[in-house]
Design a protein around this ligand. Structure first.
Ligand SMILES: [Zn+2]
Length: 260
């Protein structure tokens, strides 16, 4: 398939919880033919989407994996930006903009937006809150490009991993978000073309890079990218993951396109 028509993942931030001067917290766009989904919103999404060459108004929907600040803090400002850009007046945004998350996470998202009294300034940009049931492999949504599924993971609070399966050629991208290494993510990533797995380290509710590599090996993943890792220790992270995964692996880079 023509490269430009193939789906791709573009990390807009790659850092673990502690950012440095060069990076943002982990969140990413999943794109095909200019249309994109945003998974988490932990930074300057409006600016970074444009730097990545994406039209912010081509957003199909938002998926929030969990309600830790490094994954959601940019959301109110991003929605404000979409409103100021006039998303509510553009085709195909005649439907409410969908925000998908687990029920408890949606409650927090709504509370976060209510802090800013968004019903006033966002009245013209209607939002639609869509619950993701906490079941392995549950369907989230489908558009012209992807079938999206999710799976609950093992983090310190309710969280999900997500999988985008191309409707054209069945290739799949899976993303662990924050989690301990677990069978649920292994199943989510089964035979995926591309897996983004976190590598925060031996912390409560997280995975080490070696855990991520071992999981990718068990799942039969073609290509592994480590995200949400301590950016100051990149070289060590790469060595650790290579000890358990023999296939192609790299550290996520902001703005790089990962085709799948
Ligand atoms: Zn987290």
């Amino acid at each position: 398939m023509n490269r430009e028509l193939r789906p791709s993942v573009i990390p807009l931030g790659i850092s673990g919880a502690l950012v440095d001067a060069q990076h943002e917290n982990s969140y990413l766009a999943v794109e095909q033919e200019g249309r994109y989904w945003l998974v988490d919103c932990g930074g300057n999404a409006m600016g970074r989407l444009q730097r990545a060459g994406l039209d912010p108004l081509a957003l199909q929907g938002l998926i929030i994996t969990h309600f830790h600040p490094d994954h959601v803090y940019g959301l109110p400002a991003f929605l404000l930006g979409l409103y100021v850009m006039g998303m509510q007046r553009t085709y195909p945004r005649q439907q409410p903009l969908p925000i998908y998350a687990r029920p408890k996470v949606l409650e927090r998202v709504i509370a976060l937006l209510e802090l800013f009294e968004y019903q006033g300034w966002l009245k013209a940009l209607p939002l639609s809150y869509r619950e993701i049931a906490p079941q392995a492999g549950v369907k989230v949504a489908q558009d012209l490009s992807f079938k999206i599924t999710a799976t609950p993971t093992h983090h310190s609070i309710p969280s999900i991993g997500v999988r985008f399966t191309s409707l054209q050629h069945k290739n799949a991208f899976a993303y662990s978000s924050d989690t301990l290494p677990c069978f649920e993510v292994e199943e989510l990533a089964r035979d995926a073309t591309l897996l983004f797995h976190e590598g925060e380290g031996a912390m409560h509710g997280h995975s080490t890079p070696a855990d991520a590599g071992a999981l990718a090996t068990r799942a039969g993943v073609e290509r592994l990218v480590i995200i949400h890792y301590p950016v100051k220790n990149g070289e060590q992270v790469l060595q650790d993951v290579q000890s358990t995964f023999a296939g192609p692996v790299e550290l996520a880079q902001e703005f790089k396109r990962y085709y799948f």
